[in-house]
Write a protein that binds this ligand. Structure first.
Ligand SMILES: Nc1ncnc2c1ncn2[C@@H]1O[C@H](COP(=O)(O)OP(=O)(O)OP(=O)(O)O)[C@@H](O)[C@H]1O
Ligand SMILES: [Mg+2]
Length: 277
């Protein structure tokens, strides 16, 4: 059985793509078979893992256009046990076309299920990176997922964006995907010992309670640098604090038996945006 996790937060730059790539690598190091699906037309996943545009045959665009078989969109990496379905659009026309096709929000789920249920593909984990928006591509990812992992950047919680995300999760749970749960809230850009990070942890605990994961991802220059090396950070410097944090995250998720359910009532507390702590 594959576990499908969407990595989502409509706020930009909070560490969604970094988390997708590095959690995938850490799970692969733990000998899990992992597929990354990029739902962001910015195509940052392929950049971050070193998939050159000239080597990309097909991806999310073709899954939505139905022009190729899903198997043809899968690109194995030449390190670790990770496959990638990239989302590279090469023109603004293609991007507009993708957003039109993505109105068929259920398409990704249908395609994945038909290949998973017939055993044509098999993974322990499928991680879906989403764009910084609550658009049809993000909702399509939520429909296809078992759970949502929400990265929160310390020091700046865009509360209205989060509130919209939680409302969308609730809506999806009440309609097509009743089993959707929250895998956890992951604090990113954490700086130990700073008042900002301590206040962020406190605020996250007040809002999300036990949905907040034990693992915190530190602000770490090697994490940013790994993107330039086009590799997961663990393959650049396994001893970097960022590498160790993403390995702990994999361990924490692997040891969890059942994700918690959302605690919606918490979100009444969310009022103004932005809140800078
Ligand atoms: N913990 C970290 N420490 C230092 N730099 C980080 C960390 N996490 C991410 N970064 C850097 O911050 C930038 C934004 O991260 P990332 O692209 O993962 O965010 P995102 O949420 O996917 O952004 P977008 O919403 O635009 O897709 C990148 O340059 C990344 O290398
Ligand atoms: Mg991203």
């Amino acid at each position: 059985m594959s576990k499908i996790i969407a990595i989502a937060n409509p706020k930009g730059g909070v560490g969604k793509t970094t988390t997708t790539i590095n959690l995938a690598a850490s799970l692969a190091i733990a000998e899990k078979r992992v597929l990354i699906i990029d739902m962001d037309p910015a195509g940052s996943v392929s950049y971050g893992v070193g998939l050159a545009p000239e080597n990309i045959r097909a991806g999310t665009f073709e899954i939505f256009s139905g022009t190729v078989n899903l198997l043809e969109t899968i690109h194995p990496l030449d390190y670790l046990n990770i496959d990638v379905i990239p989302c590279n659009v090469f023109s603004s026309e293609q991007e507009i076309r993708l957003s039109e096709m993505a109105k068929n929000r259920i398409r990704l789920k249908r395609q994945l299920m038909s290949f998973l249920n017939t055993g044509k593909i098999s993974y322990d984990y499928i991680l879906i990176d989403t764009p910084p928006s609550l658009n049809d591509l993000t909702v399509g990812a939520l429909l296809a997922s078992d759970s949502v992992l929400i990265p929160l950047q310390c020091g700046y919680f865009a509360l209205k964006a989060l509130q919209r995300l939680m409302q969308m999760i609730e809506r999806v749970r009440k309609s097509v995907n009743t089993e959707l749960s929250v895998e956890g809230v992951l604090l990113t850009f954490y700086e130990k010992g700073t008042r900002t990070s301590m206040r962020s942890v406190q605020q996250a605990m007040e809002l999300f309670g036990d949905l907040v994961l034990r693992t915190r991802i530190p602000k770490n220059v090697t994490l940013g640098y790994a993107a330039y090396e086009k590799k997961p950070v663990a393959l650049v410097d396994i001893s970097a604090s960022g590498s160790r944090a993403y390995l702990s995250l994999a361990e924490e998720l692997l040891s969890k038996t059942k994700p918690a359910l959302p605690r919606y009532y918490q979100f009444e507390k969310m009022v103004d945006e932005p809140v800078i702590v």
